[in-house]
Design a protein around this ligand. Structure first.
Ligand code: BGC
Length: 856
């Protein structure tokens, strides 16, 4: 039997609304017969069809699609034995080029000038009379700010933080909500709360506000199709009402929310909304990223009462521990409340020695919610904020009168992989890596979810992307972010350090210049995404950006220097991040002081990748140009920064070896010598890690792939600080920013060390070791992008007896498990239809496998 397992339009199979005039389709197959091959596939939409052998990126090229229309796509597949499979999928077009009948509206009397705060949330409302039978009704909406819409008192949609975070100057998403079943005959009531969000509210650690707009604005249409065939569009205009004294009194991404449940619409002051003239003119498209929604719900694992001797002045506080650090919100289910009773919740990642919350490292973020109750029972969860936390302190209500649940919020991304093995601590590390990702894939790839940053720091995802795409399907999520990166690239080729930069421009020169590793995200993220998805369009779309960026790197490296020195990138090194957070040197200036090495290696790497990418895109001249640059840079690193013995001249540090080894900058004996020097350093350092962001993803590969498997495993399994498993040993449930974030007693030993309290317990960058878990411990690695062909080659360490896991590919799931047996090894491998696996068994033998399940 042949089945179509997944059939996707625009990388999604649910609620698809697209403004792409040429939507793209992909599919994967399943069969109960080993060795099944796709013979041909026919995709039909209306009277258009295409017959193909491709499974990825099949583009609709028929006649122009109509806006606001539902289409059915039919896919028929035949395999090499004539078995057939059929699947259907509906997708809807958005507005395409249709202009909005609704207009941008705001509260024309509201202007706020205060710095570093978020505006008062606005509430818009409109009464709508319906007196005909409705066939279908949809809301099309977007905002400057963050909005939640309600129809007849019920929340519309399940997402949080609409319209999402984009480079608002250029790109803005709108959402489409089907509200057919929410409308009633007669009077209907639409209300929308719009907070400042990223566009208007205070954001980035300097807390700038009004970056994109001076105040919030709303753009909405309710489009109704009646049963009698007539249509009506009710758009935002001056007949809508607006109020500034709704129930959400304050809303700020970092600070939290203040909500007064005693406020009712009838008691609010209303005036007519005014038209708003925006400062920006973005292209407004149907959601093409992955909006944030609610995921896991956590019950507390413990509740501890602090204080409370019964007197009024000593009310008890309760510390709830949810057992997991994550990004999200608290939901309060309250009973027996007295009208006006005030409940506050503060959030933190760690506790102080006395058991109270340690909020020191949140910096200016208040991460606090305040809820003013109405009488009796009620449920509240904030809408316009989120926190990074494991612990919450609830005050103002008796623990018996409130049920406290924590809800993880992150983008709507699907899990793509799994990893487990015989070592429990490594399994916890894998879980920490996954939670590090979930907590930081909130609309954009962020650095951390708790303090006053939560920004799209490019360097973090540059190093984490290969691990991220093993664990999650990130096509829409990262493609959206890369679109913003293209929009924000400077004319000079530099990439801002945070995307969207949304007011962040510090120091002033940075966005103009190219910054190694951080700017490399423009090459490394598309490359990782291409490897995982096999979709060449990812490279095509970003090619110009990559070329401009790498050319900028070449220019900056060569500034004020001659000869080979042109390739040693040492210009304005204090503005680079170097070996960021390397634990073997304590000071920020020392991390940055290593940027001559990291930047030079980064140039060799990005230019080398760009040469490969140029080749894939058939660009011969560029291929050889970038190849030459990469070679010359590698050679400069070898001769200028290393001595005869391939030892680093001057200070020796792990990253200084890891990068040239991993980026193929050294050949033959040179590579061997450098690998030996690295292995010696690692042994001398008692297998503790010494790398910052740039070296961490690659160090175990640099060891294991060059004859030091034992050293790689000793480093992976080491639990002395600094190491991955040290964090696990002392109870981490996510990945930390600093390797020594907590001492063995659970206290933070770092204090104020001149990094502006840069101590986060939820930073995914050093979780980049996940790539090694999949590629080497489990052994799954693509040999052709998208896993059309892949290899399975576990690198077996003494201490691990079995490992198993899976990786989602565009063709279906690969599953691998291996175990040591009394007489050797047993391996079980599932190969998706349409792919070929080459298996290198631990005994050195090789097998080539077609689709199906195989036991070796
Ligand atoms: C962020 C990092 C980021 C770094 C760059 C920090 O404050 O949290 O993860 O990449 O700054 O300097």
């Amino acid at each position: 039997m042949l089945f179509i397992d997944k059939f996707l339009c625009e990388d999604s199979d649910k609620n698809i609304v697209t403004d792409n005039p040429r939507p793209r389709f992909s599919f994967s197959l399943k069969s109960d017969r080993n060795g099944t091959k796709l013979s041909s596939a026919k995709l039909s939409i209306g009277d258009w069809n295409i017959t193909t052998n491709d499974q990825i990126g099949i583009e609709y090229t028929g006649k122009a699609l109509e806006p606001f229309t539902t289409y059915e796509a039919e896919l028929e597949v035949i395999d090499d034995q004539g078995e057939k499979g059929v699947s259907r999928l509906t997708f809807e077009t958005g507005r395409l080029d249709q202009s909005w009948e609704g207009r941008w509206i705001t509260d024309g009397d509201y202007s706020f000038r205060e710095k570093k705060v978020s505006p008062v949330p606005m509430v818009f409302r409109k009464d709508i009379a319906i007196n005909k039978k409705v066939k279908s009704a949809k809301i099309y909406s977007t905002a400057m700010g963050m909005y939640t819409a309600y129809l007849n008192g019920k929340r519309v949609g399940k997402d949080h933080f609409a319209p999402g975070f984009t480079s608002y100057k250029t790109n803005l998403q709108y959402q489409v909500y089907d509200v057919t079943s929410m409308l009633t005959d007669g009077q209907n009531h639409v209300s929308v709360i719009v907070s400042g969000g990223w566009a208007v509210g205070s954001f980035v650690f300097s807390r700038v506000n009004r970056v994109t707009a001076d105040r919030q604005a709303l753009l909405m249409e309710l489009r109704i199709e009646y049963a009698n065939g007539t249509f009506e569009v009710i758009g935002t205009d001056n007949s809508w009402m607006v109020s500034l004294n709704g129930p959400v009194k304050e809303a700020d991404i970092y600070d939290g929310e203040v909500y007064d449940a005693t406020v009712k619409e009838s008691g609010m002051t209303w005036r007519f909304a005014s038209d708003e003239k925006l400062k920006v003119h973005p292209q407004i498209s149907a959601t093409y990223g992955s909006l944030v929604c609610e995921h896991e719900r956590f019950k507390p694992v413990s509740v501890t009462q602090i204080g409370g001797d019964g007197s009024k002045s000593h009310k008890p506080k309760y510390i709830y521990d949810f057992g997991q650090n994550f990004a999200g919100i608290i939901e309060l289910k309250i009973k027996n409340a007295v009208r006006g009773q005030k409940i506050t919740v503060t959030h933190a990642e760690i506790l102080k020695e006395d058991g109270t919350l340690n909020t020191d490292f949140l910096r200016s973020a208040k991460a606090r919610i305040e809820f003013i109750c109405e009488e009796g029972e009620q449920v509240y969860a904030p809408q316009f904020t989120y926190m990074g936390f494991r612990y919450a302190c609830v005050e103002g209500i008796d623990a018996g009168d409130v049920e406290v649940t924590a809800i993880a919020l992150y983008s709507d991304i699907e899990t793509n992989g799994s990893f487990e093995c015989s070592n429990k601590a490594l399994n916890q590390l894998q879980s920490n890596i996954v939670w590090g990702a979930k907590s930081n894939f909130v609309e954009i790839p962020t650095d951390c979810p708790q303090r006053d940053e939560r920004m799209g720091w490019t360097g973090d995802i540059a190093v984490f992307a290969p691990t991220a795409v093993y664990n999650f399907r990130l096509k829409r999520f990262l493609t959206k972010w890369l679109k913003d990166m293209r929009a924000e690239q400077k004319r000079t080729g530099g990439i801002p350090n945070t995307i969207p930069s949304q007011g962040f421009g510090f120091p002033a020169t940075m966005p103009v210049m190219a910054v190694d590793f951080w700017g490399d995200a423009s090459v490394l993220v598309p490359w990782a995404l291409y490897q995982a998805t096999g979709d060449i369009k990812v490279l095509e779309d970003n090619y110009d950006m990559m070329c401009k960026y790498v050319k900028a790197c070449i220019r900056w490296a060569g500034l004020f220097s001659l000869g080979k020195n042109r390739y040693i990138w040492n210009t304005l090194s204090v503005l680079h991040f170097g070996d960021w957070v390397a634990p073997d040197v304590p000071q920020m200036s020392q991390w940055q002081g290593r940027s001559k090495w990291t930047a030079t290696a980064s140039l060799a790497h990005t230019s080398g990748l760009l040469s490969k990418i140029s080749d894939l895109l058939g660009k011969e001249n560029e291929k050889s140009y970038y190849e030459k640059i990469s070679k010359a840079t590698s050679e400069a690193y070898r001769s200028k920064l290393m001595d005869e013995q391939c030892h680093l001249k001057g200070e020796e540090f792990q990253t200084g070896y890891v990068l040239p080894i991993s980026f193929d900058m050294l050949e033959g004996d040179d590579k061997k010598k450098a690998a030996k020097a690295l292995a010696d350093m690692v042994v001398k350092n008692k297998y503790c890690i010494g790398t910052g962001f740039p070296g961490t993803p690659y160090i175990l590969f640099a060891l294991a792939d060059n004859g030091y498997v034992d050293e790689a495993y000793k480093m992976l399994l080491n639990d002395k600080c600094p190491s991955w498993l040290y964090e696990v040993k002392v109870g981490a449930t996510t990945i930390w920013e600093r390797w020594d974030g907590l001492d063995e007693n659970g206290n933070c030993p770092i204090g104020d060390d001149g990094t502006d309290k840069m101590i986060s317990y939820n930073h995914y960058a050093s979780g980049a070791v996940g790539d090694f878990l999949y590629r080497r411990v489990l052994g799954i690695e693509p040999t052709e992008a998208g896993y059309k062909s892949f290899k399975v080659e576990p690198v077996v360490g003494d201490e691990i007896n079995h490992a198993k896991g899976s990786v989602g590919t565009p063709y279906g799931d690969i599953a691998v498990s291996w175990e040591k047996t009394s007489d050797g090894y047993r391996m079980e491998i599932q190969v998706p239809v349409g792919t070929t696996a080459t298996v290198y068994k631990p005994d050195g033998k090789k097998a080539v496998l077609e689709s199906g399940t195989h036991v070796l």
